[in-house]
Design a protein around this ligand. Structure first.
Ligand code: FUL
Length: 505
């Protein structure tokens, strides 16, 4: 075997060995091209991949605040105040399902510490409320409704607890683990655990040293498929609560605390510690950023926003529910920017989703259906005259497009049988094999001449860009820059007749 061949073999072996691994450390000897190859080669864990495919998820902020009108309760409101008159979790899940939401996260405990399930860890819970004479359990009802409607379920458990007397001491870690154990044991399968980083104690407030590692290992033990979000290792907060993600959104980001002992302690050789660093910057994962990293991790973005100004229900916000067009714009800028949307829909004092929210949600779903049901690129008579290499992925029954050689431009050229009008482009990468596209553009042919109408940087799981409304006889979509080689699995071109209604952030 020649030395050259052996080197090639080694290079491809190390490249392949990263498949199924969501972190990699950077060695001092790595050259820039090695770092790029490593970034291209790390992939989501199964739980991260399954979560990403949900695309649209829902948040249910409900609790004692619903009855006091607060956003952040101080933990002193009487449990007697919690008394929904008509609580119907079937209604929540039915509306979510009809809106295309695929997972619902309940605020089982918000910062005030009030628990929506009859916990053994504190008296501050639904069991001391008049609701169902203390026999109610909102998490149980929601879990049953989710099962009925085939909806995934998640729990939000606020680490910051303004009611617990032990908050600020080691005993709180024990209490919090017990709360986790209750919600993760008694309600069937849980698909997401959401830890909030918020804490308003201020400089003179109580300080809690959270034992995150023990929380994570408990979750992995009790619900191994669940992603741990925000203050957790699997899913990162996008960095704003507007619903508008980044133009350049990398799921592969530097993690400078990839300490070998921590990694070894991680389950299944997957990243099991929360990567550190400010995740709110504009650029998290460009070549510039990864060159300075000590390690790289697959850490995708979740974009949370409320359908109303507040997170909890307030009657005075009934006229301020986001319109279907606003929600569509948010969808384009969250799911369409390589994120998962987490849209909050707060039930009211009755324990129901208000009709204004329902109307908006259903209107939003109808808009998405009408736009995306008609892909101009797969319409009758359209010819794909220039096509990248097609590759079939057996285990996924999927067909993807790629290039023959590394670093090559990937190009699609479609010719329409008649002039077509469009203004929305959708692309997607086969992220099971990593995120790679760094730059793409779109050109149209009009009266025989080509002109560029838009470009962008990252694609990731899904990228949607709204273009100027154009009419064209042919269209060209090109991946101009990529890490190693791209794997494209979604391509579509659509027309939205009210694109001028997309007001932006
Ligand atoms: C924030 C919290 O402080 C808000 O009340 C809300 O729960 C939001 C989703 O996260 O950090």
């Amino acid at each position: 075997m020649t030395k050259y061949f052996l080197l090639l073999l080694l290079a491809s072996a190390s490249y392949n060995s990263l498949q199924g691994q969501n972190y990699v450390s950077i060695d001092a000897t790595d050259r820039p091209e090695d770092i790029v190859r490593k970034a291209a080669s790390i992939t989501p864990t199964d739980r991260q991949l399954n979560w990403q495919k949900l695309e649209v998820t829902g948040f249910l902020h409900f609790g004692i605040n619903t009855f006091t009108g607060m956003e952040w309760g101080d933990g002193k409101a009487s449990p007697q105040l919690f008394n929904p008159t008509n609580l119907d979790t079937d209604q929540w899940v039915r509306i979510a399902k009809e809106s295309g939401i695929n997972l619902l996260i309940l605020t089982a405990k918000h910062h005030d510490g009030f628990c929506l399930w009859p916990t053994n860890t504190t008296e501050y819970s639904i069991k001391n409320s008049p609701y169902k004479a203390g026999k109610g359990d909102v998490l149980k009802d929601l879990a049953a409704s989710c099962k009925k409607y085939d909806m995934k379920i998640g729990v939000y458990l606020s680490p910051w607890d303004r009611n617990a007397s032990v908050y600020g001491s080691e005993a709180y870690n024990e209490m919090f683990r017990n709360q986790l154990a209750e919600v993760l044991t008694n309600y069937g399968r849980i698909d997401e655990v959401w830890f909030d980083g918020a804490n308003g104690e201020g400089p003179n407030g109580k300080k809690q040293e959270y034992d995150w590692a023990s929380y994570y290992s408990l979750i992995r033990k009790l619900q191994p498929e669940a992603v741990i979000a925000v203050m957790g290792p699997d899913v990162r907060w996008v960095g704003t609560e507007t619903g508008y993600g980044r133009d350049m959104e990398w799921s592969v980001v530097p993690a400078n605390n990839l300490e070998q002992n921590n990694i070894a302690a991680g389950s299944q050789q997957q990243m099991n510690i929360k990567p550190m660093g400010d995740m709110r910057e504009k650029d998290l994962g460009s070549r510039d950023k990864i060159m300075k990293a000590k390690g790289l991790v697959w850490y995708p973005a979740e974009t949370d926003v409320s359908i109303r100004p507040g997170w909890f229900y307030h009657a005075h916000e009934d006229a301020k529910v986001k319109s279907p067009e606003k929600l569509l714009d948010i969808y384009f800028n969250s799911v369409g920017k390589n994120g998962v949307l987490l849209l909050n829909i707060p039930p009211n004092k009755e324990g129901l989703i208000h009709s204004s929210d329902e109307k908006s949600l259903l209107g939003w779903k109808a808009l998405r259906d009408s736009i995306f049901s008609h892909n101009l690129l797969t319409a009758k008579g359209v010819k794909l005259v220039k096509s990248p290499v097609r590759k079939s992925v057996k285990e996924d029954k999927n067909l993807i497009w790629t290039t023959k050689k590394e670093e090559q431009e990937l190009q699609f050229e479609y010719v329409f049988p008649k002039i077509e009008k469009f203004n929305v482009l959708q692309l997607g990468e086969f992220i099971k094999w990593g995120q790679r596209v760094e730059k793409f553009d779109i050109e149209i042919k009009k009266n025989g001449a080509w002109e560029s109408i838009g470009d962008a940087t990252t694609v990731g799981y899904k990228r949607i860009i709204v273009l100027p409304t154009v009419e064209a006889e042919a269209v060209r979509i090109r991946v101009l820059e990529s890490r190693v080689k791209p794997f494209i699995d979604k391509i579509g071109l659509y027309y939205y007749k009210d694109a001028q209604k997309l007001a932006g952030e």
